[in-house]
Design a protein. Sequence first.
Lengths: 258, 739
Amino acid sequence: MPVRIVVPVKAVPDLVEEIELTPDETDIDREFLKFVLNEWDAQALEEALLVKDATGAEVVVVGLHEDPDIDQALYTAIAKGADSAVKISGGEGSTRTSDRAAVFAGYLSAEPADLVLTGVQAADDLDGQLPPMLAAHLGLPHVSVVVGVQANGNAVTIRQEFAGGRSHELEVSLPAVVGVQAARQAPRYAPISRIRQAMQAGGLREVDASPGTTGPSLTVRRMYRPEAAGHAEMLTGNADEVAAKIADLLRGRGLMKG
Amino acid sequence: MLADKLVAAGIPVTRVVFQDIGPVGKAIFYAAATVSIAVFCWGMWLRIRKYRRGRPAGRWPTVRQALAGRSRAGSAGGIGRPDTATIGTLASNKTIGRGDRALGIAHFFIFWGFIVAFAATVILTIDVDIVRNLSRLIVGHEDSFFHGPFFLVYTFTVDTMGFAFLLSLIYMALRRGVRRPWRLGYARAHQPEAGYSRKRLVAGDWVFLGLLLAILVTAYLLTGLRILTQGMPWFTLFTPFGRLVAEMFAAFGMSPAGAVTAHTIMWWIHASLALTFVAYIPFSKAMHMLLDMANLLATDRGTTPNLPAPVPAQGQAGYQQLSDFTWKELLDLDACTKCGRCHEVCPARTAGAPLSPRDLILDLRQWADASSGGHTLLDREQRPDRTGPLAVGAGTRIAGDVVAERTLWSCTTCMHCVEVCPVGIEHVPTIVQLRRSLVDEGTMDPTLQTALQNLATQGNSFGKSARMRARWVKGLDFQIPDARKEPVKYLWFVGDFASFDDRLQENSRALARILTAGGVDFGLLYDGERNAGNDVRRVGEEGLFEMLAEHNIETLREAQFEEIFTTDPHSLNTLRNEYPERGASYKVWHYTELLAHLLETGAIQVRPLGYKVTYHDPCYLARYNGVTEAPRRVLRALGCELVEMPRNGVNTFCCGAGGGRIWMDDSYLAERPSENRIAEAAALNVSQFIVACPKDVTMYSDAAKTTGHDGTLAVRDITLLVAEAMAHPAEPLAAQVTA
């Protein structure tokens, strides 16, 4: 039975903002952006809270000190029901996933977890590298693209999702690292008054973690603005004509038979 | 002179109290009366004890003012519609006659008839039990004032008022039993799975009405018999209807001697009925006679435009137990007479949603009653599965179990229930308090949750970047001043919809052009503006409302302006009524008020349009803030013929978007309120449906499409009419100078 669940989280730019590149075009300009909790981390937190609801496990949310607006995300997690939140410093503020994994691993070596639940990916880590890297650092088993975690004795039963709606169930012995794609239910709402209460109570624990060793990593040479790929084609005509055109399109792409 | 005549006639001008009852009978009567009054007092104490469990409501100043005959002006100020009632409101029964004159008159005579009957009994008690006994003790012989001219005035008043009382009761019984107005039907809006029965509610109504009728009928039979036993002396003509009954008995051949026994029997029947009734009052619908007077004196409709704060307890938001309600809210529950006015006008109920304000109040009443001991004999609903109001005990959620979640979420906070309630029940604040519980536990529509999260991160419900708020000004060929940087006369608080909705941005630009052409000095807060929080607050997300309000108030403080105007009636409401106590007290106008002023002063020149239009009053403008004339003045100035919908002004019908409903799923409704409204307008044979609220443009454009009226009924913001009328040069001044 997991008694201590750690949820490493990340603040990412709110994608509704107009994102601009830095003058040297190797990164996005983060200065005036609003940061929000990575949506997959919100799913991981929800799944952790569901396990807590079922078993009474302790849920600790962990963020990096250098992430902008991370306090807001951590207090929100407390308002939702996390037992405590930790802010790790010592990571030099690198946004590279490998560096972040090393910092989280450093913290987890000092304060080990029975179960690590984190977002399978992030808007700026679509490869989903954090969970496997973290597992590698800690030498723990790892499962990603998970859509359900249920406590099951000294192991967890995990539902992993594949393309085309297929999924399978695994049993993973603890401790383990899990990359969550989606929680069993939509992330719960944290009322602002509860977030404010959490803020007033303070209670973010600052921890200095010495990062583990990082392997070789990549350097960004240049970033590109997204290019408009194709344009929408408006179908005109009456309902029957439009329906016929849609059917033709679907047939043409092999999505419909007959 | 009259008195002289009477004395000369040698007949004692009075009637014998306790005629032929005897000392034993008298003793029995006094014992029964004591029991009856004791039961009444005990029942009232049970109720008062329940209200005392409630939180303070801060209404004693309201009650004192009402008793002094002073009402408090409406929240909007200077709109002539007071927020509170007075003792005069009670005396005139004004609220009951509203919309149904005959009913008002009938109730007026029942109300005053009862008071006269009660006063008559008190007078008799003073004479028989106090004056006669005291005089025997003090001066040695029995003295009485119950004779002569006093008796004549007394008997004439009681007899005629009693007869009006009786006729009114008969009218009420016919209305309820034969005419059966739809709104007196008790079918629930929310259907419990295992069914329900409200037969006992109906029984309670009839027992109340029946008891009163029986008491009155026996009173006249008794009076008739008594006059007969007296031998019908001439002064009994001062008891005209009693005398009439006596004449009838005589016509049927009853002799004065024969009337004696009948009189004694009738006396006991009448006395038993009256004493039963007194004891029955606190346990039945009859309690409304006392409680509704108290409720009206304490009522304050201002609590809907300016909602009360949440329960100030730690670690809790919203209502979870009886003691979370204020005493006024608990009194509200008992005050309901099931008149059904709110049930009839409620847009949620009309749309087929599981909410009826009447049912909500009755459910909460039954639950409150049961959880504090259970005092109502008949007036309660029965359910085989003991759900809803019957669910009592630990773990019962008021919001969720007693009142279903969807029922609470169905409220559009249109305030029509509060508006029409004749007894001063404040439904909306109670609904919001219960919604606060739901928000606190995170139980809500996913779409609402997304909207609230967007509001928390970016300050608008559209989920767009806060920096994009004033992007709509880009289509203008002039600059609107930034009120944070330069002083302006008016600050335009634009609101979310007029800022972010693609379909509405052109309206905002049109208004900017009109105001500029009219020489109005105005500016914006640009990206400093956030959603004003009106609907956030009504959803029950108090913390988020506070956060938005704090941000806006800080921005307003940094800006330089004299007065505010808004495009959005919802923003107007919270800015006008809820921001002042949070530190932002400004004069707040609606843009239609500004337009009316510009048109009437000639600051903008228009040609008459000559359209035949109808106008939809936004709830938050008309009912909440009393602004009904300004848009009509604009239409007049534009030379439009206004054809009113049956539901207009403060009786307007909601579009269905208020109270956060615009962020929630409405697919479960049988007919959207907006569609119901478009159908109302379509029957008028007008070409344009004019609105004065950005949300209305989207709500009614959609409804016109889904009902197939979009080809014949154009939904337009009043701004566009003004813009159209200005687009053509005005007639030369000389041509207008006639007569």
